[in-house]
Write a protein that binds this ligand. Structure first.
Ligand code: PMP
Length: 401
């Protein structure tokens, strides 16, 4: 008899489980809008040309080896990642007040940041928006933080519940950690305006809350790396402390390479260097040191202005295709006379549209139309193409009429 006989089968991950169900469906017209990964107009995964080019150079460079890299990752990668999110002329970088460590994509960066805070920060409560990326509560709970929520999305308006947000953060205990989606909020696609960000900043600073930004979509929301980093830079500009988890999964298409970074902006260079020494103690027993390949690709691209420019063009291409899918889906619903105001589809930002469809409507679309998405009605616009928009519009129309 197995020593694991007592185990019950665990449920499938609610997001990744959508793909599992999709793979089992034999229908030739099936459509997977659950996956948070970019697809081309032909429905294929995309490796950026600039990534292919740099990978060739790395392979041909025989001076490179496969030695362990430092616990904190590649120095160039870390420096350039901080520059990418905070801006080249960031005073925090110039004053050496930032420590950046290479981590396992966005998830790993959040986890390392969470464990560091659980160990060394005086307040162990983190506030997450409702709703948020499904993995957030699990990551921070297991890191040792206690999870609370603040109002974010208003189902009635399909927009931001700004009053609720200010009220909830306003009544959070002083010092609490606040998780903020830097741009392209997942799953809602609803972001504060810059004026609203400024009010959020004032509230957070006046209550001495600690901001922890999750930046999984820099450049993917608007097509501009700088525009999408504005909220983070607003908080850095006031001289206060904060954390940022960066992911290169979406904006460089490096999903499976697991490349990301955690930056902690501190009050002084001295504090930053002590923080870094403690981050090493968090990382070493977890996975010793991060992988070399993805970070080498990123460093090579960020370092070279021609490669960097190539990247920004390809990145804008991905963002623009997503924006055009929003318009096409909106137009298709309009032309069908589908009941409801669907303008949120073109107002929302980033990879996902939070359709407002309920779990029953979603399962109707899966059963009748072989269209797969998470049960909260979130669809990945990146999984759509001009060819599949009519099918989706037909399905939505049938689901709501
Ligand atoms: N945060 C958010 C909001 C996300 O949507 C994702 C990706 N789905 C991540 C973090 C982390 O992704 P990864 O670990 O692949 O970088």
């Amino acid at each position: 008899d197995s020593v694991f006989n007592h185990l019950v089968r665990a449920p499938e991950d609610p997001i990744l489980g959508v793909t599992v169900a999709y793979n089992k469906d034999p229908s030739p017209v099936k459509l997977n809008l659950g996956v948070g990964a970019y697809r081309t107009e032909e429905g294929k995964p995309l490796v950026l040309n600039v990534v292919r080019k740099v990978e060739q150079q790395l392979i041909n460079d025989l001076s490179r080896n496969k030695e362990y890299i430092p616990i904190v990752g590649l120095a160039d990668f870390n420096k350039l990642s901080a520059k990418l999110i905070f801006g080249a002329d960031s005073p925090a970088i110039q004053e050496n007040r930032v420590t950046t460590v290479q981590c396992l994509s966005g998830t790993g960066s959040l986890r390392v940041g969470g464990e560091f805070l659980a160990k060394h920060y005086h307040q162990r409560t983190i506030y997450l928006p409702t709703p948020t990326w499904g993995n957030h509560p699990k990551v921070f709970n297991l890191a040792g933080l206690s999870v609370q929520t603040y109002r974010y999305y208003a189902p009635a308006t399909l927009g931001l519940d700004f009053e609720g947000l200010l009220e909830d953060l306003g009544s959070a205990p002083s010092g609490s950690i606040v998780l903020l989606h830097a741009c392209a909020h997942n799953p809602t696609g609803v972001d504060p305006t810059l004026e609203q960000w400024e009010q959020i900043r004032q509230l957070i600073r006046s209550k001495a809350l600690l901001p922890f930004f999750d930046s999984a979509y820099q450049g993917f929301a608007s097509g501009s790396l700088d525009a999408d980093a504005q909220p983070v830079r607003l908080f850095v500009a006031d001289g206060g402390e904060l954390l940022v988890a960066q992911s290169y999964a979406k904006n460089l298409g490096l999903y499976g390479e697991r490349v990301g970074a955690l930056s902690i902006v501190c009050k002084s260079a001295d504090v930053a260097s002590r923080v870094e020494s403690q981050l090493k103690l968090v990382i070493r027993p977890m996975y010793s040191s991060p992988p070399i390949h993805g970070a080498s690709i990123v460093a090579a691209i960020l370092k070279d202005s021609d490669l960097f420019n190539e990247w920004t063009i390809e990145l804008k291409g991905m963002a623009d295709r997503i924006i055009s899918m929003r318009q096409q889906l909106f137009d298709a619903l309009r032309s069908r006379g589908t009941p409801g105001d669907w303008s949120h589809i073109i107002k929302q930002i980033g990879m996902f549209t939070f359709t407002g469809l309920n779990a029953k409507q979603v399962s109707f679309m899966t059963n009748e139309y072989h269209i797969y998405m998470t049960s909260d009605g979130r669809i990945s616009m990146a999984g759509l193409s001009s060819k599949t928009v009519p099918l989706l519009a037909d399905a939505i129309h049938a689901a709501v009429t």
